[in-house]
Design a protein around this ligand. Structure first.
Ligand code: BGC
Ligand code: CA
Length: 428
């Protein structure tokens, strides 16, 4: 019945005992070599392949990685994207747009290029990175203890906020001030973050009181960015920048959306299922990733990096602007170099439980899941997709009532701190 009992490798498994009793009080879990500590080998569901994706197990206040969750067993990985590289690209993209389109950009002619910023989730490390990247590129960043402050400022039309400062930019000999006029976490009243509807309402509030000061709109993602664009900036002719390269956002570039960043969801979705496939096949984890598999699937290092000490795969980002958007119009096309069908003889069908933290998250539902659904066929995985409400972990974990039915698990937590809510179930 159970396909896998005892994996052979031992080193990583010390962690198990600790992870099983979970929680934040768990002492340092960097597995010691062999300290005379009792080696607990996982069995049953605790030994099955597990991949975290899109929300990296980490402390939502400090960003510190939750290594207990990331090394839950020897077949545990995280798949995401390089947040800092992407954040830098997003900031750069906005800055270059301002420099290249300065004529008429300052709508009220006050010498200030004012922007507003929609923040996704103040406790999500990718969101934090994007806020920092934009502030750093535009000169509005303030550092405390060597780190750029990523807190929302609320309203800052007078430039007095302490979480940001006024930046400046000189184009064709003219100097402009750059000011973050307002920023806010877009969380709805039930607690869902990255909330597009909230962003759409908010731009209405902002524009009603200081609309003529807003020259640029920036968002931590396209879901919120498009909501603001449709509610206001498209008609107002104000460039709006997002992140994710969802199909609707890319199409909107033809109508004045300023640009977005592709986080290479086509590579991430592949890696999410591929690491499970490899573990289930009992082959080297690099198979079909850095090393071609028997069907010819392989990735090159210009699209991802693997950081072994974080047990994490990170896809690399690409800026999508008026220059190249036509190549990105469909965000649900699989990445050609890894689109070859595996043979069912050598890679028999396996059952995977996979959840999406919020069924109405634009990126995950419009881009990531459709890609997963294509790759699951190519990789012979029978995936059960569970859509959460974006608010509580229990809404999802309640539907992990029978883990015995599955061969592997792919998890997208509501909150990055909550890995133990899942591993506790698997460790039972
Ligand atoms: C995406 C956001 C999404 C979030 C959810 C990010 O990587 O850019 O659009 O809402 O993940 O965790
Ligand atoms: Ca202005």
């Amino acid at each position: 019945m159970k396909k896998r009992f005892l994996p052979i490798a031992l080193a990583a498994l010390l962690v198990l005992g600790l992870a099983a009793c979970s929680n934040t009080e768990t002492p340092a879990t960097d597995a010691p070599e062999t300290g005379g500590t009792e080696v607990v080998e996982p069995t049953g569901n605790a030994a099955k392949p597990l991949v975290w994706f899109n929300r990296q197990p980490s402390n939502s206040s400090t960003g510190e990685l939750d290594m207990a969750a990331l090394s839950f067993n020897e077949d545990t990985y995280y798949v995401g994207f390089d947040a800092n590289q992407g954040a830098e690209l997003q900031g750069q993209m906005v800055k270059e747009y301002i420099e290249g389109h300065i004529d008429g950009l300052d709508r009220n002619g006050d010498g200030i290029i004012g922007y507003v910023l929609a923040i996704g989730d103040i406790g999500h490390n990718d969101s934090v990175a994007r806020t920092r990247g934009v502030r750093s590129a535009l000169g509005t960043a303030v550092e405390v203890d060597g780190e750029v402050v990523s807190d929302p400022v609320g309203i800052n039309t007078d430039g007095s906020a302490t979480a940001v400062q006024d930046g400046s930019i000189t184009v064709d000999g003219t100097e402009y001030i750059i000011r973050e006029l307002a920023s806010q976490e877009m969380k709805n009243s039930s607690g869902a973050t990255w909330d597009a509807a909230t962003a759409g309402n908010n731009i209405g509030t902002w524009t009603a009181s200081f609309g003529d000061q807003i020259d640029v709109v920036v968002s931590n993602n396209d879901g919120m960015g498009m909501s603001m664009f449709n509610a206001w900036s498209k008609d107002a002719g104000v460039p709006t920048f997002g992140y994710d390269a969802n199909s609707d956002a890319v199409a909107a570039i033809a109508e004045g959306y300023g640009g977005t960043i592709s986080q290479h969801a086509d590579v991430q979705a592949y890696l999410t299922l591929r690491v499970l496939r490899n573990a289930l096949d009992g082959v080297d984890i690099d198979t079909g990733i850095g090393t071609a598999d028997d069907a010819g699937n392989v990735l090159t290092d210009d699209v991802y990096v693997y950081v072994p000490e974080e047990r994490s795969y990170y896809a690399l980002n690409v800026a999508v602007t008026a220059e190249n958007y036509e190549d990105f119009l469909d965000s649900t096309v699989t990445y050609a170099p890894v689109s070859n069908q595996l043979s069912e003889d050598t890679h028999p069908v396996k059952n995977v439980w996979l959840n999406i933290y919020n069924a109405s998250d634009n990126f995950l539902s419009a881009t990531y899941q459709p890609l997963l659904q294509k790759y699951d066929d190519l990789l012979n995985l029978n995936v059960e997709y569970i859509g959460g409400d974006g608010q509580t972990e229990s809404n999802i974990t309640n539907r992990l009532g029978n883990p015995d039915q599955y061969d592997a698990f792919a998890i997208n937590m509501v909150k990055t701190d909550n890995a133990a809510s899942y591993t506790a179930i698997l460790a039972q």
